[in-house]
Design a protein around this ligand. Structure first.
Ligand code: 5RP
Length: 231
């Protein structure tokens, strides 16, 4: 098995373990990305087998909604179901306190909204997602309204970031909400709460990919099996 397939096996094991937290009658937040998709499929299988019933799902992206529909998972929205029992989502980096960087899949805005509406947020991933300090490997994605791209990019540079506008097929990447993403490389982030405040202080920034104090558990797959982490 090559490395990518091996990592996918770890992701799948973590995602399937997280689905064990779902009970019949729950409202479930469905994350976005190559790990979260395994949770969607596992949930779909359990519903089809009748092992779970009366689930309502809230999708964190159009791609996730599409996958959920393929599995006939009933979908709703936060306006109808403002409290989510459990959300299962991936992450790009997980620090020892379960602070996260998310959004390399471009869905950070809806992901944060759904996570903040959730009683439990279970983060799933392979072991390469664990870092000593946020920003070691991943950029912090910052979702920005297109009108504000240039001044916000200048502001982000003033905070010490190397700013790369995210591209897709030769054009600017567009989020489900019609915004753009500026990927901000900070190397290691020494004060994540201060950066969180500085990012949210700027008009034109819609949301960013630092998820601080939001995860209630992480399940990480690796060569030694699953590791269960608490904040
Ligand atoms: C999407 C996300 C994803 O959860 C994150 O990028 C991890 O993705 P993957 O499971 O494919 O590694 O935040 O916006």
């Amino acid at each position: 098995m090559n490395d990518v397939n091996m990592l996918d096996t770890y992701k799948q094991a973590a995602a399937e373990a997280a689905v064990g937290a779902v009970e019949s009658g729950m409202v479930v937040g469905l994350g976005t990305g190559s790990t979260a998709v395994h949770a969607i499929r596992a949930l779909g299988r359990l519903l089809q087998e009748g092992q779970l019933t009366d689930i309502i799902a809230i999708a964190t992206s159009e791609a996730t909604a599409h996958e959920a529909r393929a599995w006939q998972i009933p979908l709703s929205g936060l306006n109808q179901h403002p409290t989510v029992d459990v959300t299962i989502d991936g992450a790009d980096e997980i620090d020892p306190a379960l602070n996260l960087i998310k959004g390399l899949g471009g869905a950070l805005l809806r992901e944060k909204i759904v996570a903040l509406a959730s009683k439990q947020v279970i983060i799933v991933g392979d072991y390469t997602k664990r870092v000593g300090r946020l920003g070691e490997r991943a950029p912090v994605p910052v979702e920005v309204i297109p009108f504000a791209q240039t001044p916000v990019a200048a502001y982000l540079k003033s905070l010490g970031a190397r700013v790369i506008p995210r591209q897709h097929k030769g054009d600017l990447f567009q989020t489900d909400e019609g915004n753009i993403i500026l990927d901000c490389y900070f190397e290691a982030i020494s004060d994540a709460p201060a950066l969180d405040q500085a990012l949210r202080a700027r008009s034109g920034v819609v949301e960013h990919g630092l998820f601080l104090g939001i995860a209630t558990q992480a399940i990480v797959g690796g060569p030694e099996g699953l590791v269960y982490l608490q904040p």
